[in-house]
Design a protein around this ligand. Structure first.
Ligand SMILES: NC(=O)C1=CN([C@@H]2O[C@H](COP(=O)(O)OP(=O)(O)OC[C@H]3O[C@@H](n4cnc5c(N)ncnc54)[C@H](OP(=O)(O)O)[C@@H]3O)[C@@H](O)[C@H]2O)C=CC1
Ligand SMILES: O=C1O[C@H](COP(=O)(O)O)[C@@H](O)[C@H](O)[C@H]1O
Length: 863
């Protein structure tokens, strides 16, 4: 029997194509193959883009929207088309078909989207969505499947559209994905694919002839689609390479397609070429991933295709990834562990030599704005004349530019009241720009190129008119391109809301995103912080607000989680069972010089402890997050903060530095600063003992110490472990057992290092013990300069990665710990203990530690 014949076919109906031994009933199947391979599947494209990690690139977004529109149209057309062509339906049935399509495409989003939003509103921020809601939605997905079958539509149609109605991200989208992913992807999908392939009787398609015919129909369909995509993209003035990339992506078929073939096979069509279709579908994404990843990672091809696929995503994604390989700093994807390659960036590594061709600077904007999907990034530094902008923000932006981490089309605007020209701004910031020590080449050119993209606009912070003028200037530079706008509020907090109001009303992006980085302090206490959040949220959504704490961008603070969660030797020790106390220490060897006015209003607790040190504590003590996604990490941080008991007066020591003369030089006291009111009681030093009331940390003191005008500049985390029970070598340590306990130190700055103090035997006869450091000194291990915290955070904000920014509920929890104490200190007018400028701080800090059986680790002679 000819295997290519239908098993159940009537032998009389056998119709042989001239010369081809192919059964006539296969012909409609071939058309079905042709049509189904011409259709673009949204789900497949979405998964493919996500695997390629370009979902959020311009190209990714374009491909995704194209796939969505195409998928919807083709679903309608094939549904109606098959009905009409096959004359299976009477007129009434065609009407039912049209109405059911309308119901699916219009009514589901109209009804369910608001319902989903309602569920989100019912969910307190940072809390998970109630299980009852999740299960109701899952039940609804199943109902939709049944409804679709009843209405004679594809069974997945309702569920697919319901999926589109779910608002993306946390809390609902993420929760649903989590619930469904395990069951769907790891159980149902493999079972489904296996059963499908078991149904496929490849022997029916086994003749050479049938294989050739099926393959040419499949290839033909893809060729037509490829040409159509290319022509349309080129017509839209996309570059050739971008058009090609888009066409390859849109041509992918995947496992989801197998659903349709399976449905056709089961229902009516008895597709004889079912197996061939299934296989052709699965080959698409794998080969695309292969092509793209080869192009991205192969050094030769990287040079050859260094702008592949060109301007659309070249700067944002492609060079970003390459830059990531250079010094693996971009943890913005939330998966830094994936990026680890211990040798990346070390001398001799091929990646260290790999460079993306520097982008040429376009002095004049707009750049012949013809590329219809090209986007622009406009960064406006509000408070550009200030200290932080000069010292940190502009240099960080330049460093990102220098490392090719900024999109090709970016501009930087400075905004402040001070009257300045573009040239004045450029002169001002050029004084603080530096090139990386390990990468000096083209430094001057790069600076000149960067400066040519910097502009200035002078205006009042509360003037909508001035922001409207800024908007005009921005538009003039941005041209026709889609523009994303990032505002950095480097200004005193009392004008945050004015600026946000004016910027959001008059100068936010019309088509792209608008994000605002807000500098600390976020209020002075719980009430003012909530009020600030409330006011900001009148103009911005939480997703647009990026509350920055630059300590979260520091290399060692980022490494804290890596150290803990990816080393078996540490995680099991990370609890009250082995850790005796944790110390988080910050000291500066200078006073409030120049910032006394600001500082006096806040004091050291609000300036350093409530934010920088507490953030480190939260990262240190949190439970293992579900994933490295921003919401998962921030959820865990909030839990720790909410488990902490509010600080009491007896848990705190406050100090203030006083004038001091040393070596013929005199150092001013805090109140000698002309911007500080005389007799001020504002603490410039504070030490505190904090406790976390949960199972992991019950009873473990977390000691914090922060001070200005101390003997040294340092920030570190010290973890002191318990004594070894029944230590065999006890007598070799003398009476001071504390000296024999292990201590893990993460030196955040300066001279980043992680070292573990251990006990070892001094070599030689006899048994003398010594203490040594197992030392990871960054400067010795990694010759590359470590990027500044502001670089990482700015890049994250540009990429929309929120993991290192503070969510509003985190902020509330943080203020709840400190507000009662701060009020008590102020109400009772507690006088700070004076300590000399350049000393180790007030002795009260030692008594505080001693009360909790702790000795400050930074004062040991070994350090
Ligand atoms: N400097 C630092 O090291 C750090 C600063 N921060 C925070 O960053 C923000 C900016 O810091 P920094 O640059 O030091 O601040 P500045 O005091 O230098 O202020 C920045 C700019 O804001 C404008 N400005 C200052 N005071 C007022 C006022 N009362 N009313 C209106 N405008 C004013 C000035 O510009 P113009 O007069 O031209 O309009 C000034 O150049 C602050 O919120 C600060 O707390 C956070 C961490 C570290
Ligand atoms: O936020 C602040 O931080 C700086 C210290 O930052 P660092 O990165 O230099 O350690 C501090 O001087 C300032 O008072 C405070 O507002």
């Amino acid at each position: 029997m000819d295997h290519c014949l239908h098993n159940d076919s009537n032998a009389n109906s056998t119709w042989l194509l001239p010369c081809f031994q192919l059964h006539a009933t296969v012909i409609p199947d071939l058309f079905v193959t042709f049509i189904s391979h011409s259709i673009t599947s949204f789900a497949v494209i979405a998964n493919l883009l996500s695997d390629l990690k370009i979902l959020n690139s311009e190209l990714g977004r374009l491909a995704l929207s194209t796939a969505l529109v195409s998928d919807m149209l083709s679903t309608c057309m094939t549904s109606l088309g098959t009905g009409i062509v096959r004359r299976l339906y009477e007129r009434q049935k065609i009407m039912t078909n049209i109405l059911s399509l309308f119901a699916f495409f219009v009514l589901i989003p109209l009804l369910f989207r608001p319902a989903m939003r309602w569920i989100i509103r019912q969910t307190p921020q940072g809390r998970p969505v109630k299980e009852a809601y999740i299960y109701s939605i899952i039940a609804m997905v199943l109902c939709m499947g049944m409804l679709a079958i009843l209405l004679d539509q594809e069974f997945y149609l309702g569920a697919f559209i319901l999926g589109l109605a779910v608002p993306e991200g946390a809390p609902l989208g993420t929760a649903l994905v989590k619930k469904l992913e395990l069951f769907g992807t790891w159980f149902l999908l493999p079972v489904f694919v296996t059963t499908c392939m078991m149904k496929a009787d490849l022997s029916l398609e086994c003749t050479k002839l049938s294989i050739w015919i099926v393959s040419s129909f499949v290839l033909g369909a893809h060729l037509v689609k490829m040409i159509a995509c290319l022509v349309l993209a080129l017509w839209c003035k996309m570059s050739k390479k971008d058009s090609l990339a888009l066409a390859i992506i849109l041509n992918c078929k995947g496992v989801v397609e197998v659903c349709s073939y399976n449905a056709m096979y089961d229902k009516k069509c008895k597709l004889q070429i079912f197996g061939a279709n299934c296989m052709a579908s699965n080959l698409g994404p794998s080969s695309s991933i292969l092509i793209f990843n080869t192009l991205r990672s192969e050094p030769y091809l990287t040079r050859k295709f260094n702008d592949f696929p060109g301007k659309i995503w070249g700067s944002r994604i492609f060079s970003g990834i390459t830059a990531r390989k250079h010094f693996h700093v971009k943890s913005s994807n939330g998966h830094p562990l994936n990026a680890i390659s211990s040798q990346d960036g070390l001398p001799g590594s091929p990646l260290a030599k790999e460079h993306i061709k520097p982008q040429l600077v376009e002095e004049s904007f707009p750049v012949s704005g013809s590329e219809c999907v090209e986007s622009n990034l406009s960064i406006t530094v509000v408070g550009a004349s200030g200290d932080l902008a000069k010292k940190k923000i502009f240099p960080a932006l330049f460093a990102l530019y220098y490392e090719d981490c900024l999109p090709e089309n970016f501009i930087v605007f400075g905004y402040a009241r001070t009257k300045m020209t573009n040239e004045d701004l450029r002169t001002m910031i050029s004084e603080t720009l530096t090139c990386r020590i390990d990468k000096r080449e083209n430094c001057d050119d790069k600076m000149a190129q960067f400066l040519s993209r910097c502009f200035y606009h002078s205006g009042q912070y509360n003037s909508e008119e001035d922001f409207l003028k800024l908007d005009c200037k921005l538009k003039e530079k941005e041209g026709e391109k889609l523009s994303n706008r990032l505002y950095y509020l480097s200004i005193p907090p009392n004008i945050f809301v004015d600026v946000v109001r004016c910027a959001s009303m008059k100068a936010s992006s019309e088509k792209g995103w608008t994000r605002v980085i807000v500098e600390k302090p976020f209020g002075r206490d719980s009430e003012s912080s909530s009020e600030l959040t409330r006011c900001l949220k009148q103009y911005l959504t939480e997703d647009q607000i990026f509350r920055i704490d630059h300590y979260l961008g520091k290399e060692l603070v980022e490494n804290l989680s890596v150290l803990r969660f990816s080393n078996l030797v540490f995680e099991p020790l990370w609890s009250r069972n082995y850790i005796r106390n944790v110390q988080i220490i910050f000291s500066e060897d200078f006073g409030t010089e120049g910032r006394g006015g600001y500082f006096d209003h806040y004091g050291i607790i609000r300036d350093i402890i409530q934010n920088h040190l507490l953030q480190i504590l939260a990262l240190f003590a949190m439970e293992t997050p579900v994933s490295l996604d921003a919401e998962d990490v921030r959820n865990e941080k909030v839990k720790v903060l909410r488990s902490m008991r509010p600080l009491r007066l007896e848990d705190v020591v406050v100090g203030q530095y006083k004038g001091h003369s040393k070596g013929g030089r005199s150092y001013p006291g805090y109140t000698d600063d002309s911007t500080v009111p005389s007799g001020s009681l504002t603490p410039t030093f504070a030490a505190a003992a904090l406790f976390i009331n949960n199972a992991r940390w019950d009873g473990v003191p977390f000691l914090m110490k922060a001070g200005k005008a101390l003997h040294t500049k340092r920030a570190e985390i010290r973890v002191q472990f318990r004594h070894v029970p029944g230590n065999l070598y006890k007598r070799n340590f003398g009476t001071d057992l504390d000296k024999a306990t292990n201590e893990l130190v993460l030196r955040v700055q300066p001279d980043e290092a992680i070292y573990l103090k251990i006990n070892n035997k001094v070599p030689g006869l006899g048994m003398r013990l010594d203490r040594s450091d197992l030392n990871l000194l960054y400067r010795a291990r990694y010759p590359k300069e470590i990027p500044d915290a502001y670089e990482r955070l700015l890049l994250d904000a540009i990429e929309g990665e929120r993991r290192l920014f503070i969510r509003s509920d985190e902020l509330d929890a943080a203020w709840a710990i400190f507000t009662p104490l701060l009020k008590e200190l102020e109400n009772k007018k507690i006088a700070p203990e004076l300590y000399p400028y350049g000393s180790r701080g007030p002795v009260g800090a030692h008594y505080l530690a001693a009360r909790h059986n702790v000795r400050w680790g930074d004062l040991g002679s070994e350090d």
